[in-house]
Design a protein around this ligand. Sequence first.
Ligand SMILES: Nc1ncnc2c1ncn2[C@@H]1O[C@H](COP(=O)(O)OP(=O)(O)O)[C@@H](O)[C@H]1O
Ligand SMILES: N[C@@H](CCC(=O)OP(=O)(O)O)C(=O)O
Length: 380
Amino acid sequence: MTGGEGSDEAAVRSRVAQARTMVVKVGSSSLTDPHGHLDLGRLRSLVGALASAALDGARLVLVTSGAIAAGFGTLGFDQRPGDVATQQATASVGQGLLMAQYETAFARYGLSVGQILITARDTTHAVQYRNARRTLCRLLDLGVTPIVNENDALASNEIRFGDNDHLSALIANIVSADALVLLTDVDALYTEPPSRPGARRIGFVPDVAAIMDQVDAQGSVSGLGTGGMSTKLEAARIAAASGMPVVLTRADLAGPALAGDRVGTLFAPIRPRGSSHRLWIKFASRPRGGYLVDQGAVKALRGGRASLLAAGARSVQGEFSAGDPVWIHDESGHQVAKGLSGYDSEEAQDMLGLNTKELRRRLGAHYAHPLVHRDSLVLV
Ligand SMILES: Nc1ncnc2c1ncn2[C@@H]1O[C@H](COP(=O)(O)OP(=O)(O)O)[C@@H](O)[C@H]1O
Ligand SMILES: N[C@@H](CCC(=O)OP(=O)(O)O)C(=O)O
């Protein structure tokens, strides 16, 4: 396994210990009793650990599942509903109950909470993303702990996250967190599901990208959560590639995990921290179309810090508006980069293959700019 940006375990632990802004994600399996109902004792002890960190000066965002768990008993069901419409209705009932419990639990420590319900669309569109960032950051500045969940009642099936692991990594990007803490029902990542006899505990992962296919992360054993370990590994990959350390451990170890103590699995950052804007382009934006570019353009882009000029673009793929995220493909159709287009797909058609001088002469000065500016472009 190769070492990443911060491959020395002690150094990464100390980054967690010193982290000021942290996103903490807790899964359904850590908030429920054996029948799948919300377990208030577990919720309150989690809040105890979070409150203690917050009172010590940490700026925490809690990404919490549990709306369905909190709602299905009230509706008279004896288990989590299976169909999407009933799940959504149950989440709508349960989300209020869940929030009420968090509000009461945090209030015992004199702390306020604010609810943020988010859909995948809120993270894939630049304007909503900025809006979410502004609200979350303002809540943190006001000393409030934002409590985030997916807006299950409204999220449509095709675009929903479905599990909160991925969402928590994107929230960590949105608030430029210093660390991400994933709390679940196992103490650490294992080489395979821990119920299997040969499973070995992994304490430190210097490079999450390198470990992804070495670990067997089959779906949830508890049947209460949705993502299992594979969505947690994916969340850890996004966070590590965004330059932040990740701790994965059991929810009752939240206190030591937030303090940077030696618990759970620690994932080292694999890159220096990027700007929130570029991280959004890389991990959250969903392009609807793109540009196919020639070899010269690919070379320039891969060389680093180059913009995509119209001269190197061969064709426009799909329909998009100026400002939309787009893929940049090479001539064999491989993804090279992602970025925000400076032009509508229709305008861009007339610009293909033209150099800056020709663009200015034929189409006017407004067109003498890159198709995708380097500040809004990330290699993939
Ligand atoms: N390689 C692995 N290491 C650790 N846990 C694993 C692994 N593969 C699968 N799991 C299972 O993943 C489960 C946690 O995922 P999930 O139930 O979705 O939790 P949550 O509700 O916290 O999101 C654990 O109960 C564990 O049994
Ligand atoms: N958003 C849903 C939770 C989805 C879910 O189960 O997520 P997780 O437990 O984190 O795998 C809820 O609040 O019930």
